[in-house]
Ligand binder design. Structure first.
Ligand code: SF4
Length: 386
């Protein structure tokens, strides 16, 4: 994994402890969405389609610290929305580092040059820059020209200042394996510390519904990419080799939604980072009261095509802890990119989709409007289209 050794050792120790204690469900990465406001409007994004009153909500520093104290995950991935629009973000990052958590701050990088000096390089801190492919692919994905160039500039700047820098790349059904492989080569040449690559989830509220990948296309795409990079060995991915093996169709994992519990301005999101079917007030309530068997591939229509890292990386990591020799063999020889694929989970008995979005939005708006108005408010962070 492309993460610092000391962090990998700490996460490994946590995993082995959980495994040995026989705990059935435990978190690996806290997915923190401290705001939904963004300075881009990407075609495949299902996270920012909210009224302004909800987009203006922020998790406070205290909310963010409470989230990690409640769940105890060793890693925090901060996303959104655009986290750099949150005024208290440097304090939130410092708070997590002080708690010895490994912090991944995901950003589209448009504000990184302006804000980078609010942060200090730290072995437990990584910038994760959103880049969905080369210049043409990424600017198309984010529906704005010039964003790729700014992201690459920001990567170079962050590296020059001594930060750990990775990218997160989401792929859609128009991705060409050869182009993606060339893009990964370009990223390697920038000296990145890691890369995360994943198929996009088919968000029901995303403006573009035409370009999401189905399971078969995902596996074919990843075989095409990884076969051009020695089974993936050529590139420093930040994800486990067994997750890549899954993406290439060599495993048929069930998801582990509680592995990446998600805290947003709505509360703890049920059941996972990708689906907001309900919200719990506490992490304990999330773990105890979510009807986990109602979700996942084969159980629920909205899960049918999901192969996203936030749902399946924890499944791969659990497999790695149970079968370290298998993981070692795949990492030595590379991910297999030909031959038969593992039989996938049947969709014959999945329940139909529930559509609950508008009910959550109405309840949240009523809650916001019932709050006493603050006497003095600071002006909203501007949302520059730079
Ligand atoms: S398959 Fe799992 S991770 Fe994916 S959307 Fe469904 S519950 Fe979430």
């Amino acid at each position: 994994m492309g993460i610092p050794l000391a962090q990998a050792a700490r996460i490994g120790t946590y995993l082995v402890k959980q495994h040995l204690s026989g705990r059935k469900r435990y978190p690996l990465v806290l997915m923190l969405e401290p705001l939904f406001r963004c300075n881009l409007a990407c075609a495949g994004c299902g996270k920012i389609d909210y009224p302004g009153e909800i987009l203006n909500q922020r998790l406070s520093v205290e909310d963010c610290m409470q989230a990690i104290d409640e769940c105890g995950a060793p890693v925090v991935s901060i996303a959104g929305g655009e986290p750099l629009l949150h005024r208290e973000m440097p304090e939130i990052v410092r708070g997590y580092l002080a708690r010895k958590k490994y912090v991944i701050l995901c950003t589209n990088a448009l504000l990184l040059t302006k804000k980078i000096d609010d942060y200090k390089p730290h072995p437990g801190f990584t910038w994760s820059i959103h880049l969905d492919g080369n210049q043409a692919m990424h600017d198309k994905s984010v529906c704005q020209g010039g964003v790729y160039d700014k992201a690459v500039e920001a990567i170079k700047l962050a590296k020059s200042k001594g930060f750990h820098v990775s990218i997160n790349c989401t792929l859609f059904n128009d991705a060409d394996p050869a182009q993606v492989a060339d893009f990964l080569d370009d990223m390697k040449a920038l000296g990145l510390d890691g890369m995360t690559i994943s198929p996009g989830y088919a968000y029901e509220r995303a403006p573009d519904q035409q370009h999401f990948l189905n399971r078969t296309k995902t596996k074919e795409l990843f075989r095409g990419i990884l076969s051009r990079g020695n089974g993936g060995k050529k590139w420093a991915f930040s994800q486990s080799v067994l997750f890549l093996n899954f993406l290439a169709g060599n495993e048929a994992y069930s998801c582990t939604p509680w592995g990446n519990p998600t805290r947003t301005v709505f509360g703890w999101q049920k059941p996972c980072y990708l689906l907001g079917e309900g919200y719990a007030k506490t992490f304990k309530e999330l773990m105890d009261d979510t009807e986990w068997d109602k979700y996942g591939v084969g159980n629920y229509e909205k899960c049918a095509d999901c192969m996203v890292h936030s749902g399946f990386e924890a499944s791969a990591v659990k497999d790695m802890v149970k079968n370290p020799l298998k993981a070692l063999a795949v990492s030595m020889r590379g991910v297999r990119t030909d031959g038969p694929m593992a039989e996938d989970i049947s969709l014959a008995n999945q329940r139909p989709a529930d559509f609950v979005f508008s009910g959550h939005v109405e309840r949240k708006l009523a809650e916001i409007r019932a709050r006493p108005r603050p006497k003095k408010t600071r002006p909203e962070e501007s949302v520059p289209a730079e």
